[in-house]
Write a protein that binds this ligand. Structure first.
Ligand SMILES: Cc1cc2nc3c(=O)[nH]c(=O)nc-3n(C[C@H](O)[C@H](O)[C@H](O)COP(=O)(O)OP(=O)(O)OC[C@H]3O[C@@H](n4cnc5c(N)ncnc54)[C@H](O)[C@@H]3O)c2cc1C
Length: 428
């Protein structure tokens, strides 16, 4: 060992873990506790950058409503369901309690550490990993990964020298927040080894708009319903997905949980449906199909009011002005005297306003990556590659992206444990 406790290279180990993020650390703790000789390699000087920035530096560890349907990717719900059964959110909460990080449940369904400190989460994970006997090699960039026919194991090229391992867990993350060290090289390793990489896009990222009116209300947060349709006509095109919840207008577009959640679907469908459109309902309490009845009653009650005053009972002045501008209406018109076209324009703005989203914000604004290593080529009982014995995957590098609220960490913890257990059994 040298002064940083980094061992001498070339190095031989049982399990080499590439990436000391949430998934890699959890895999390391699991395997080392089961008695395996484990080394974790990470290019970063200070590991766990994403844990530190997560949840507004509070780290949203998991959610009360973790369910397979909240995870996306090709075949993700069925695959994630197996992994969650192997290591459940319940066990996750117990694990954090046991390592000295009790969690609290907030009204939103999110679990945070009682301390509200992501540093405490990272500190406890690193401490637990060291105590279990796993060795962390920080500032150790892995540049190549290949099977080693001589040892029937794996050979890694690293910035400190070669590593020979019985098994490898690839936990290099995806492409989100590239300055953290996750820049897609894990996908390159897997691709070079014959794995399919499902095309990647930023996910849980803001939406960017060309609309000139909405940015005027930037800063306003409100509950809305967003619907993604395959086309630009809400009545005739297929609806792909709906989200309801909190939403934020920004200078360049839209953010808040519902906008972030729908971003991966928009980015995914746009290449095949060029007209894919997100429609905004500013009145999410009005149920699907109830809009015409609600509007009829609203006009009946407020017929004598001006459009401005009638809308003013529902929305702030700024937003009312934006709604009228987008509908092309003058606010002084009495609501009951609108033409059919004007009525339709106003209804559209309230219930099915096309948001003119032209893209999603890039990876440096995204919380996770959609796409990644194809799940069809991973064995769900073990997270082992179906193409290569002794190669395991965990976390964001796989084609799984969860919704906002602790789902991505839950995937990282659970897949990390499954990979760590299985790699240990195989290394023996
Ligand atoms: C701003 C932000 C806030 C978030 N908040 C939350 C939240 O509150 N709750 C939640 O559930 N999720 C949250 N997420 C998502 C969550 O952080 C990720 O899903 C999770 O951290 C992924 O873990 P991972 O271990 O798979 O990958 P990462 O955390 O990306 O770790 C991968 C590691 O691999 C290393 N690495 C990559 N390539 C190499 C290489 N070639 N050689 C050596 N090392 C390499 C990287 O340096 C990195 O340390 C947030 C994400 C962001 C960006």
């Amino acid at each position: 060992m040298n002064e940083d406790n980094i061992p001498e290279f070339p190095l031989q180990t049982e399990i080499a873990i590439i990436g000391a993020g949430a998934a890699g650390l959890m895999a390391a703790i699991t395997a080392a506790r089961l008695g395996a000789r484990v080394h974790v390699f990470d290019g970063a000087k200070k590991v766990g950058a994403k844990i530190i920035v997560s949840g507004g530096s509070r780290c949203n560890v998991t959610n009360v409503a973790v369910a397979p349907a909240r995870f996306h990717g090709e075949g993700a719900p069925a695959f994630v369901s197996r992994i969650l059964r192997a290591y459940s959110p319940d066990l996750t909460r117990k694990f954090f309690e046991e390592i000295g990080v009790p969690l609290k449940l907030e009204e939103t369904g999110k679990y945070f550490p009682v301390s509200d400190s992501s540093r405490q989460v990272l500190g406890a994970l690193l401490h637990t990993m060291h105590r279990a006997g796993a060795v962390l090699c920080s500032e150790t960039d892995v540049s190549a990964l290949e099977p080693d026919p001589e040892t029937d194991g794996w050979k890694l090229e690293t910035s400190r020298g070669p590593v020979f391992a019985r098994t490898v867990i690839l936990a290099t993350g995806g492409l989100a927040l590239p300055k953290s060290g996750s820049n897609g090289r894990g996908h390159n390793f897997a691709r070079a080894l014959g794995h399919t990489i499902i095309s990647t896009t930023p996910a849980l990222t803001p939406l960017l708009t060309n609309d000139v009116h909405y940015p005027l209300v930037s800063g306003i947060t409100m509950p809305v319903r967003l619907r993604l349709h395959a086309g630009n006509d809400a009545r005739s095109s297929k609806k792909i997905v709906t989200y309801e919840g909190s939403f934020l207008f920004t200078h360049r577009g839209f953010s808040g949980p519902v906008a972030l959640n729908i971003s991966r679907h928009f980015a995914h469908h746009r290449p095949t449906s060029a007209n894919a459109t997100i429609f905004l309902s500013l009145l999410p309490d009005v149920a699907d199909g109830e809009e015409a009845r609600w509007w009829h009653e609203f006009v009946g009650k407020s017929a004598k009011k001006t459009v401005f005053n009638a809308l003013g009972t529902l929305f702030s002045t700024k937003l009312t002005n934006v709604i009228m501008a987008r509908a092309g209406l003058i606010g002084s018109l009495p609501l009951g005297r609108l033409s059919k076209t004007q009525n339709e324009a106003l209804k559209r703005e309230l219930f099915y306003a096309p948001m003119d989203v032209f893209d999603v914000a890039p990876y440096d604004k995204a919380e996770t990556t959609a796409g990644g290593i194809a799940l069809a080529e991973i064995e769900p009982a073990t997270m082992q590659s179906r193409l290569h014995k002794g190669l395991f995957f965990a976390g964001e590098v796989c084609d799984v992206d969860g919704e906002l609220g602790g789902f991505n960490f839950q995937w990282a913890w659970s897949s990390g444990v499954v990979a760590g257990r299985a790699a240990t059994h195989l290394s023996r």
